[in-house]
Design a binder for this molecule. Structure first.
Ligand SMILES: [Zn+2]
Length: 412
């Protein structure tokens, strides 16, 4: 059911939005008020968890949170994943055992933290007690697998425009840093962009090669990572759940995105949810999601000072934040993060074979992380379709990390 209509943010359309929990009618909340409430929820939770403004770990240049609500009612909204950060791993720290986090940008970590929350919600179905199933945000489907309950909505809050094309064309940076090169900006408008290793900016993807090589990176070739703008655009087609959770659940999409500052709504909508313009029919349950987009009434001031080298993450159900050194992709003590591939894979392996899946007939138990990812057939088909459509639209080739990093064995 591909979403072909654009959902512009205006008062009239708010009345089409979902009703509250249990069928009770909740009057439509004006979107701005709702967006402001989400922004406050995330900011307050972050300060509560990091010990207030005076604490070192509350320093950040970008803050992101994923909020879950029941309908569009801020009184029934809770932050489920939270993170800060603006840096990526240095190529020399890549791991072939899935023990590092490559991308320490806030919105990317917030999605990974959300995965932990979703695994915990699926784990409730391992219980034999019906009451535990009722507590889950998922509902089990007759045809196999799960989906989010009808009125459960997910929202992404980011304190600043995502890096990449969304930020490049934001009013602030156009008027200051890029005025001399506006023609270059126009030429690459909407183009896929990559973050540069140890740097803050992004550059358009170059060349037809979609794959980086392990030995090349170890020999000092720059490790590149797709920009947050492009990753969010991808979530709007493939969902937030990724390949592994795609075994169990239908794609999980964002209902809205709230950006705290540097907002340019028309451009944000174009780059986050309308590229490529046409995708063709997607596998069952996948769609081209067009989330509502909103700013906040009072734009967030940009925090002064240099960007810290750490990233902070938190997920609902855990008491404390985890602090990562974004350059090494590990905790400062050297231990792997709860958000690394290895840890997420172990949650997956814990459920595989025990819960009903959307991929009947997958009898061969995957031996490696890579095999498990490739086995999520609907997800992989949608991904190939998206990447091919981006390329066909002249927007560039999605660059992948060296494949060696996904070849580690799975241990239940
Ligand atoms: Zn970013």
């Amino acid at each position: 059911m591909p979403g072909t209509k654009t959902r512009a943010v205006n008062e009239a359309q708010l009345h089409e939005l979902p009703e509250g929990l249990g069928g009770a009618h909740i009057p439509p909340t004006p979107l701005q008020e709702f967006a402001d409430a989400l922004s406050q929820l995330v900011t307050q939770k972050f300060h509560e968890l990091t010990g207030g403004l005076a604490s070192i770990h509350s320093r950040h240049k970008a803050l992101a949170g994923i909020i879950m609500s029941r309908g569009l009612d801020a009184r029934q909204a809770q932050v489920v994943a939270l993170s800060s950060g603006t840096k990526c791993i240095s190529g020399e720290y890549l791991s072939d055992q899935g023990l590092v986090v490559n991308d320490g940008h806030a919105e990317v970590l917030a999605r990974r933290a959300l995965l932990l929350f979703l695994y915990a919600q699926l784990e409730l179905y391992l219980s034999t007690r019906h009451e535990d199933w009722e507590r889950s945000v998922f509902v089990q489907l007759k045809e196999g697998g799960f989906r989010l309950r009808d009125n459960v909505l997910l929202h992404l809050y980011v304190s600043t425009s995502p890096c990449g094309d969304a930020r490049l064309h934001s009013p602030h940076e156009l008027s200051t840093q890029l005025s001399a090169s506006k023609h270059v900006v126009r030429r690459f408008r909407g183009h896929l962009r990559t973050k540069i290793e140890s740097g803050e900016g992004t550059v358009p993807v170059r060349g037809p090669s979609a794959m980086q090589t392990w030995d090349g990176v170890l020999l000092g070739e720059q490790l590149v990572t797709m920009s947050c703008t492009d990753k969010i655009a991808r979530w709007n087609v493939l969902g937030l759940q990724g390949a592994l959770l795609g075994y169990f659940t239908e794609p999980v999409y964002l209902h809205s995105i709230v950006v705290g500052s540097l907002r340019h709504p028309g451009h944000l909508a174009r780059v986050l949810s309308r590229r490529p313009a046409s995708l063709g029919p997607l596998p069952a349950a996948y769609r081209h999601n067009r989330p509502l987009l909103s700013g906040v009434s009072l734009a967030e001031p940009r925090p002064p000072g240099k960007a810290p080298h750490f990233s902070v993450n938190w997920v609902a159900g855990t008491p404390d934040v985890e602090v990562l050194d974004a350059t090494t992709g590990r905790r400062s003590c050297g231990a792997p993060s709860r958000l690394c591939k290895h840890m997420l894979a172990s949650h997956w392996a814990h459920l595989y074979g025990k819960l009903s899946t959307r991929t009947p007939g997958a009898e061969d138990v995957p031996a490696t992380y890579c095999e498990a990812k490739l086995g999520a057939r609907g997800y992989q088909a949608a991904k190939q379709q998206l990447l091919a459509a981006l390329q066909a639209a002249g927007l560039g080739t999605w660059v992948q990390k060296p494949p060696e990093q996904d070849q580690f064995p799975l241990r239940p």
